[in-house]
Ligand binder design. Structure first.
Ligand code: OOG
Ligand code: MG
Length: 268
């Protein structure tokens, strides 16, 4: 990834953009993509905005518990029209328990994704391989992610979505926790049911050939932005299939081959 910044935005401009994104997140009010006002916004500046947002949420008492990779599968890249993966951070405030009801009244246009999550037991830093990721993993487990792009009409580009913390909104760990080498993550199939109807199917290999590749990519981006992945992190590898739009009254169940299932319902 090239992080060239010929005429980088000032810290104040970055801070203002982070406030714009945070306000859109807090009040569930859509904004237009940041590149409309800042057409030269770079990927590096997108991550500076994301970092400013992270610091602000931490200042409000939220704790970063892990990270997520996004736009790591072909179905997701095709759905969003972006072909480069991105990362985002996850805080304790975004977590919801499996089998719970999730309110949509504080979200703009929520969509649900089925993902494989890794929980690490040793720190990962610098440029790493998928094998390094597997060696540093305590266990893997299914997760649902509820994404909520803050950009109206889902009109975004890579720089803007990075600034918006890669649309992170809610995540739901669930299913069975298993040792990373207990099964071949490439062939873990997932079936997503929307109100009892099969809506999406896929397998772990959709995610960059192997979900651990997505975590290796994520650690590399963390290195680019001056961060490492601490032991004990919860890290999602990215949606296996296209995301499913949901509204109040909907139920989503994701069934993972040999890893259990997760159900969530949506309410006003
Ligand atoms: C960006 C976030 C994508 C994933 O798993 O691919 C993502 C978006 O689609 O709004 O979380
Ligand atoms: Mg996701």
């Amino acid at each position: 990834m090239s992080f060239d910044t010929p005429k980088a935005l000032s810290d104040i401009a970055i801070q203002r953009l982070a406030e714009r994104v945070e306000t859109a997140q807090r009040y569930a009010t859509p904004i237009h993509k940041l590149t409309e006002d800042y057409p030269d916004l770079t990927v590096a500046e997108g991550y500076r905005v994301q970092t400013a947002l992270r610091r602000s949420l931490e200042g409000r008492g939220q704790r970063v518990i892990g990270w997520k990779a996004g736009l790591t599968s072909k179905p997701k890249m095709a759905q969003m029209g972006v072909s480069t993966p991105a990362i985002g951070f996850l805080t304790d405030a975004m977590e919801r328990p499996a089998n719970s009801a999730i309110s949509v009244s504080d979200l703009i246009h929520p969509r649900v994704e089925a993902e494989i999550a890794f929980v690490t037991k040793t720190e990962l830093s610098g440029k790493v391989t998928a094998a390094d990721v597997m060696a540093a993993t305590d266990y893997v487990q299914p997760a649902l992610e509820v994404i909520d792009s803050r950009f109206s009409g889902f009109k975004f580009d890579l720089e803007s979505v990075i600034a918006d913390n890669s649309s992170s909104a809610r995540y739901v760990p669930g299913g069975r926790m298993i040792r990373p080498d207990a099964l071949d993550l490439r062939t873990v199939g997932v079936v997503m049911e929307h109100n009892g109807q099969i809506a999406q199917i896929g397998a772990g290999a959709e995610v960059l050939g192997h979900p651990a590749e997505a975590i290796a990519m994520l650690v590399g981006v963390l290195d680019d932005i001056g961060e490492t992945l601490p032991a004990g992190s919860f890290v999602m590898a990215g949606a296996i299939t296209a995301a499913i739009p949901v509204k109040a009254g909907d139920t989503i169940t994701a069934r993972f081959y040999e890893m259990g299932s997760i159900t969530v319902t949506f309410t006003d």
